[in-house]
Design a protein around this ligand. Structure first.
Ligand SMILES: Nc1ncnc2c1ncn2[C@@H]1O[C@H](COP(=O)(O)OP(=O)(O)OP(=O)(O)O)[C@@H](O)[C@H]1O
Ligand SMILES: Nc1ncnc2c1ncn2[C@@H]1O[C@H](COP(=O)(O)OP(=O)(O)OP(=O)(O)O)[C@@H](O)[C@H]1O
Ligand SMILES: [Mg+2]
Ligand SMILES: [Mg+2]
Lengths: 257, 257
């Protein structure tokens, strides 16, 4: 059965895209067929999966605007088992269009995804760094959501408000929505800040905190330069191994559920 | 004459809030009266200016919703010369309201700010990490915009699209809008990535690149924990000095203009 996992956070720059791309690669390595949908119109996905500069056949914005089939927007990547859908063609004003459609039809993405169930084992949604209409659309479409929490004070402080917003979205659109966990990212245990944030997470969100933590490493920072998931260009690096471990942790939680 | 400077970037986590807060402190140290307006409903401003946990008298969301006077939302901070306006009271759904109003009235913030001209020397706008309606509202209200560019590949890649969107906003709402410059942030010259991004910026955006660069330092990372601008709690730190230098560079460019 296809599982839809949203990678979301109101805080910017916490590792949502890096996590979505590497989780896609990790699940694909386990033999899954994975679809990665970029709901954030920032355009970071294509350069990370070997499709830099390619034009999407149909963007998510146009699928919504013209009520097209999501299948028409799918792009194959050079990596076995990973397909992607890009948010937009980077046309000016596209974000305004996407926001407008999302505000008017918060269930639109869920309905479009229903047409793809069975074609993929996992569908990953890479969300924008807001709590606006696009994040509502993303969480309305998901079975699970995973929150990357950068090991920094600002990122930690957005969690209470984020969970309050999720409760509202569950109530209005998606009662079955579950939390897959909090993933600490860019951890550097030599710094007081990382240790402080990890302690705060244990104290206040202990039951949601994933065991796997993602270190701050060059192999992950380099991903957009290399044009492929770190799990592909440097599988045995600290960054690559951390995301392989994360996939195992999520898969075993899924089996246990 | 009051100058309105927007701190904006489509990329998340690049140092917009850190820059807005420290620039406010740097200008205040020069004897200016500064107003810092949080247009990003993430709620990071109050904990950074000694007002953690305080309730705004009136949030930006309510100023817009109820067509109130912006002056009613002003909060004094414990720091001489710095007043702030918070985006919201962190109520669930506030971001959707702000987005809705911004999409319907993109000139709303500019009109509200007109009522404050003369009360402040500089008004700084801390924008959200998107190119949606709130960023249009922010850039429509500004005289100048400054783009923090984190020394990372993803942040660099969003620039072309951002400038294309700015051209459109100039055309539709604000023909006088000027670029104050690109500010490289979280620079660590020991890393290949920082050197690479700085070289790319010189090559492709040389005339817009500010001389001042902000290093990645603990004193800036700690700011939300200390609850005050780094220029206040650690003025002689590398982070504090970098933002003092930035203020000088912007002020001398302003005089020369
Ligand atoms: N574990 C890591 N170690 C080092 N650098 C990282 C790591 N994870 C992400 N990065 C880098 O940090 C920056 C932020 O990561 P990323 O863009 O994935 O975050 P995001 O949450 O998707 O950002 P946005 O909010 O803009 O969508 C990027 O430049 C990325 O290359
Ligand atoms: N020069 C610096 N050195 C070290 N850490 C920094 C520096 N500048 C910012 N930070 C930290 O990096 C993170 C991102 O910075 P900040 O929140 O200011 O960016 P932003 O662009 O406002 O993010 P958002 O897109 O979420 O609004 C924060 O945790 C902040 O404390
Ligand atoms: Mg992203
Ligand atoms: Mg910010």
């Amino acid at each position: 059965m296809t599982q839809v996992i949203a990678i979301t956070s109101q805080k910017g720059g916490v590792g949502k895209t890096t996590t979505a791309v590497n989780l896609a690669a990790a699940f694909a390595r386990e033999g899954q067929r994975v679809l990665l949908i970029e709901v954030d119109p920032q355009g970071a996905i294509l350069p990370s999966v070997g499709l830099d500069g390619q034009e999407p056949p149909l963007s998510l914005a146009r699928v919504f605007e013209e009520d097209q089939d999501l299948g028409g927007a799918i792009m194959q990547t050079p990596f076995e088992g990973i397909d992607v859908i890009a948010a937009g063609r980077n046309a000016v004003g596209e974000e305004l269009q996407l926001d407008r459609v999302a505000a008017a039809h918060p269930m639109m993405l869920r309905e479009k995804i229903d047409g793809l169930i069975g074609r993929y084992d996992t569908i990953l949604l890479d969300g924008p760094p807001t709590l606006g209409a696009l994040t509502h659309l993303t969480l309305a479409a998901a079975d699970l959501f995973l929150i990357p929490v950068q090991a920094e004070e600002y990122a930690y402080r957005t969690l209470d408000h984020f969970f309050a917003a999720v409760d509202r979205i569950r109530h209005d659109y998606n009662p079955e929505l579950q939390c897959a966990g909090l993933l600490v990212t860019m951890v550097d245990l030599r710094t007081r800040m990382s240790v402080r944030v990890i302690n705060q997470l244990h104290e206040n969100f202990g039951d949601l905190l994933l065991m796997t933590m993602i270190p701050r490493t060059v192999s992950l920072q380099d991903m957009p330069v290399r044009g492929k998931p770190t799990l592909v260009h440097a599988a045995s690096s600290r960054g690559g191994r951390a995301y392989a471990e994360l996939a195992q942790e999520l898969l075993s939680a899924d089996e246990a559920a």
